[in-house]
Design a protein around this ligand. Structure first.
Ligand SMILES: [Zn+2]
Length: 253
């Protein structure tokens, strides 16, 4: 079964603000005087199609910046091509680190706040907030049911994760664009936080009752209202259960 988010398509989130979706999401934004792209895919084959679509939207305006939410391979493959063909500057936490106040890109049509929110997925994680449209791009901080950490879940990393989610929720996004999969919104972020707390409680109970990892995995079914979350039932829920059991057994949480 193929999910809708895996079929290539362009979604116009707002006038001049488009997402190309095909497992990876690539977004381009007409700022008024120039264009900005957020994230640069993993498939070089998509280049011609993506570049043509961006040129159509920008209608002669220069594409100035390509922002990478982080530099995992599946977010940067077209960076060089963007530099060559558009003369775009590549901005990520390695090429242009931002301080605590973030960095504003201001256009005549809309503005973009580039904010470093490290530690949920990588130490480089940055998010883009477009207040005029209440659009939030979170990279891989949100993963449709995944615990996004690439380090172990512990008391400190859990706190950072939940604090960061609260900062994202406080922005009150009408549209949330994650690195992969369908579009969400503020309620999607809130639902994941609720899931995280629920999963932790269930795992703690079942570990205390002496169940094995396999028994716990079998016992904790994915919540009904999340069953259609992208790839959640096929593997993400099971992955989150195992990422939660380990630190509970080790006493890290
Ligand atoms: Zn990543």
């Amino acid at each position: 079964m193929t999910d809708d988010a895996e079929t290539p398509k362009i979604i116009e989130v707002a006038d001049g603000l488009c997402v190309r979706q095909e497992i990876d999401n690539l977004t381009w934004i007409d700022m008024g005087d120039c264009g900005i792209v957020v994230d640069a895919l993993e498939q070089p084959d998509a280049k011609d199609e993506v570049f043509a679509a961006i040129r159509r939207t920008l209608a002669g305006k220069p594409l100035r910046y390509v922002l990478n939410t982080h530099t995992h391979y599946d977010h940067v493959v077209l960076n060089d091509a963007f530099r060559r063909e558009f003369g775009a500057e590549i901005i990520n936490h390695q090429t242009a680190p931002v301080g605590p106040g973030g960095r504003w890109f201001r256009g005549s049509r809309r503005s973009l706040h580039w904010i470093h929110m490290p530690g949920c997925h990588t130490d480089e994680d940055c998010v883009a907030w477009i207040p005029e449209n209440r659009v939030l791009l979170v990279g891989d901080i949100f993963g449709w049911g995944l615990i996004p950490l690439t380090v172990n879940l512990r008391a400190e990393t859990a706190k950072l994760l939940l604090d960061t989610y609260q900062r994202l929720i406080d922005l009150d996004p009408a549209v949330m664009i994650s690195g992969h999969g369908p579009l969400g919104d503020k309620t999607t972020l809130e639902r994941w936080v609720e899931y995280f707390h629920w999963l932790r409680g269930r795992c703690e109970e079942l570990v205390a009752a002496g169940l094995s990892d396999e028994q716990i995995a079998a016992e904790i079914a994915p919540p009904d209202d999340m069953k259609d979350w992208w790839r959640f039932q096929s593997w993400k829920h099971a992955d989150s259960v195992s990422k939660m059991i380990k630190p509970i057994r080790k006493g890290w949480l």
